[in-house]
Design a protein around this ligand. Structure first.
Ligand code: FAD
Length: 313
């Protein structure tokens, strides 16, 4: 295990944060400033590591994802009660006020409150060549990367209810669209919506993406057809960054993300969630905001508990 701790750190902290992305570090900043002892454990495998630039986050438009993390860590370093450890949390046990965390490296840490900021992860992609263009000319969120792909010949790869929604959204960034949606999951009305706008629909499954240095060139279908395209937006298949919250008993949405309230409380006392892994909307600014709220939510509970301990009669 690599610890960045420069001073001996207690094995039992007020809070353990699992996940050191924008959500986890935003919570760490709030809690550090509230003089809480915090251990942040991060595997450092965020979903957006495939992309070269992050967009739309005020004052940081176009920043490289790990540069944003570096700046955050540099600023949090001003608060010595926050320490970082690189590692993967495998297990969480215990109850409110008394949790125990075990990492893949066999380290055990204790804390009063737990925050999961574990993000989401992409499930394996079953289209040959998609990983080579992901984050370079294939994206999942037009608000994040639509500007850079504007006016290109864009392929939308999506099925079911997401398909037409994604087409209609990306239509704000280009007039040259084609939908690749296998399995005949579109209704006749949806197909008609595409037809009257001259948006081609390909229903044979996508088998391969041809590209050069990350730039999409063409899409090959199962029936052998090849269609020239220069960018892709697709609906990814996702799972939570970690299954530890589910094992602890935290209620989850259909996507597997934790169900939390505005202050990050999960259905399990003392366990909080923030960021993509506790949301249906994936944006840096929202993850930062959720982490901040969870930091406050955690501190409110700790303040209350400490306040009760101060009674001397
Ligand atoms: C390709 C792509 C491009 C994007 N571009 C943009 C953009 O331009 N603008 C924008 O606003 N948003 C963008 N996003 C979305 C943005 O990246 C996320 O909303 C944001 O990173 C979520 O932050 P988070 O802290 O919740 O999760 P993450 O950033 O995913 O961080 C979660 C962290 O938790 C760690 N972790 C998970 N499980 C464990 C465990 N068991 N133990 C220890 N650590 C663990 C992970 O390794 C990771 O480091 C993009 C996403 C993708 C996939």
């Amino acid at each position: 295990m690599i610890s960045t701790a420069s001073v001996p750190f207690p094995n039992r902290t007020d809070v353990i944060i699992i996940g050191g992305g924008p959500a986890g570090m935003s919570a760490a900043l709030v809690l550090g400033r509230a003089r809480r002892s915090v251990l942040l454990i991060d595997e450092a495998l965020p979903r957006n590591r495939v992309t070269r630039e992050s967009h739309g986050f005020l004052t940081r438009d176009g920043i490289e994802p790990f540069e944003l993390r570096r700046i955050a860590r540099e600023q949090i370093a001003a608060y010595p009660s926050v320490q970082f450890v690189q590692g993967a949390v495998l297990k969480a046990e215990g109850s409110d006020g008394d949790f125990q965390i075990t990492t893949a490296e066999g380290e055990i840490y204790l804390c009063r409150k737990l925050l999961f900021a574990v993000g989401m992860k992409d499930l394996p992609m079953n289209i040959e060549g998609l990983e080579s263009v992901y984050g370079k000319s294939a994206y999942v969120c037009p608000y994040c990367d639509g500007w850079e792909m504007q006016d290109r010949a864009i392929a939308i790869i999506a099925e079911g209810k997401h398909a037409l929604h994604l087409v209609r959204t990306v239509a704000g960034w280009t007039d040259d669209l084609a939908l690749f949606s296998s399995g005949d999951t579109l209704s006749d009305e949806e197909k008609e919506e595409l037809r009257i706008r001259n948006i081609p629909l390909y229903e044979s499954p996508v088998r391969q993406i041809f590209s050069e240095e990350g730039e999409t060139k063409a899409i090959r279908l199962e029936d052998g057809t090849e269609i020239a395209r220069s960018a892709i937006f697709f609906a990814p298949h996702l799972a939570p960054g970690s299954d530890v919250p589910a094992v602890l008993g935290c209620e989850a949405m259909e996507s597997g993300a934790m169900i939390v309230d505005e202050m990050g409380h999960s259905s399990v006392a003392g366990v909080f969630g923030a960021g993509d892994g506790a949301s249906q909307k994936y944006q840096l600014s929202l993850a930062v905001a959720a982490g901040s709220m969870a930091g406050v939510g955690i501190n409110v509970e700790l303040l209350e508990s400490d306040w009760q301990q101060k009674i001397h009669i």
